[in-house]
Write a protein that binds this ligand. Structure first.
Ligand code: ZN
Length: 470
């Protein structure tokens, strides 16, 4: 969902869909098939000959292992396996994304200022008031042209960011026409969703001009909830096809992890993401009854079973740890604070420039560009904090994933594959500001720490041999 809904035509959904959509679509993994020894848990013939089934032997082997693996050195060794050219390309792609945050913000500001200063916004409002006396219909008559104008004005940057740039780095698989077709579908969804949100918000603005920021938060969170709830049923099928996993050699190990974690089997799917991209990924979408875990076909083609198990265990972590509901709560707090600031700034701006721009107050649709301008600025400033909230949540899913899949090497390999589009080894401040997932280095280090700890697998014979009393 994120790829289709990030264009600025739906800036108005800033407070709602735009924030939640990328955050709830937990992107994962990418790259070349590698040989893995980690799954299934095999014992070589020489180990067997040496008595590997004997608990004493296994305990001794385990303690040897603890001493032999230095997590810091192992992390560096994994990082060093990525060829330099590939690393430079990935860094360039990801760092370009930092600038795109700035350009998108400046573009949103420029569009808002243009609509206000050119009086297009006021004329749209006057037009809406001429054709109908109903306040709700006036909001609709303002919102429809507004959303289309914003989409058109932001199209050049959208085209560069989501079409040319993706092709330049080899991630996109679509021709212009099929990409543009999906853009129009996305615009249609944004117009329907954005108009509904604006109708409800302006009803709140009219009834509670001083406390709208409280009730508006309730509206925004409810709206996000509905968008997330219906996304797997009504929105995602517009772009991709989801079907149950069929290959038994992939399906069975994944369903075994699902059963072990009380996840209903009917919620694990495969999605044809290769229609749009070469990226390896998986995601969780929906909330409550519509929650669905999906791995994409690129992942199935490019990853070995240990890697697939690790990615799916990560996604299951989002499900089991109830991250959808938690993120909705965290974002609700952000929105409440953001709306409180917006309330203050908006009224101050109207007091100062209201007569010049013919804006009457928060309940006047002519002020929508000003509202969007303030929200865009607050969202821009909040970027590091929103990223950190999401990144910490992702780290929890990583911890769940490694403990469930028990695939430290698989996790390291997946982290390297994700390194195709996410900078592998950023500076700490850079990771804090820009990363909505842990960096590859952080993930590999987590995997190597887990591996070095060499946790017992819980066989009773091992416990009996290493403890003195029951
Ligand atoms: Zn995730």
């Amino acid at each position: 969902m994120d790829a289709h809904m990030t264009n600025s035509s739906i800036l108005i959904l800033l407070a709602a869909g735009c924030i939640i959509a990328p955050a709830l679509t937990y992107a994962q993994a990418n790259a070349t098939p590698t040989v893995s020894r980690a799954f299934p848990d095999r014992v070589s013939s020489s180990d067997r000959a040496a008595g590997a089934s004997d608990p004493g032997y296994r305990a001794a082997a385990a303690s040897e292992n603890v001493q032999s693996l230095d997590p810091a050195a192992a992390t560096q060794a994994w990082l060093a396996t990525m060829p330099r050219a590939q690393r430079e390309k990935s860094d360039a792609y990801f760092e370009g994304g930092y600038w795109l945050i700035l350009w998108n913000f400046l573009l949103a500001v420029a569009i808002s200022v243009f609509l206000l200063a050119s009086r297009i916004s006021v004329r749209l409002r006057d037009f809406a008031e001429r054709i109908t006396g109903f306040k709700t219909l006036q909001v609709i008559a303002y919102a429809l042209p507004y959303l289309v104008i914003v989409y058109v004005l932001s199209f050049p940057l959208n085209l560069y960011e989501h079409f040319f740039r993706e092709h330049q780095y080899g991630f996109a698989t679509q021709s212009f026409l099929s990409w543009f077709r999906e853009q129009l579908i996305g615009l249609g969804v944004a117009i329907i969703g954005g108009t509904i949100l604006l109708i409800v918000l302006y009803a709140v603005f009219r009834r509670a001009p001083r406390t709208w920021w409280i009730w508006g938060t309730v509206v925004a969170v409810s709206f996000m909830f509905v968008v997330v709830f219906i996304a797997p049923v009504f929105i995602e099928p517009l772009f991709n096809t989801y079907k149950p996993l069929t290959k038994p050699e992939i399906r069975d190990p994944i369903l075994a992890m699902a059963r072990a974690n009380q996840i209903p089997v009917k919620q694990v799917f495969e999605v044809d993401a290769s229609r749009q991209t070469t990226r390896v990924s998986a995601n969780v979408s929906g909330v409550l009854g519509t929650t669905r875990i999906a791995l994409n076909d690129n992942l199935l083609k490019q990853c070995t079973l240990p890697e697939i198990r690790e990615v799916m265990a990560h996604e299951m972590g989002h499900y089991v740890l109830n991250h959808g509901a938690k993120l909705l709560t965290y974002f609700g707090i952000f929105i409440l604070v953001g709306f409180a600031f917006t309330h203050v700034f908006f009224d101050a701006a109207v007091a100062r420039w209201g007569s010049k721009w013919s804006m009457r107050g928060i309940a006047d649709p002519a002020g929508l560009p000003l509202l969007v301008l303030i929200l865009s600025a607050l969202l821009f400033v909040a970027t590091p904090f929103l990223n950190t909230v999401v990144r910490v949540t992702e780290r929890e899913a990583d911890a769940f994933g490694i403990n469930t899949s028990r695939e430290p090497d698989g996790m390291a390999k997946v982290a390297l594959k994700l390194g195709a589009y996410r900078k592998l080894d950023p500076a700490p401040l850079e990771e804090f500001i820009f990363f909505d997932h842990p960096s590859g280095r952080a993930r590999i280090r987590m995997a190597m720490d887990w591996k070095a700890a060499n946790l017992p697998v819980g066989q009773s014979t091992l416990f009996e041999s290493s403890s003195t009393s029951p």
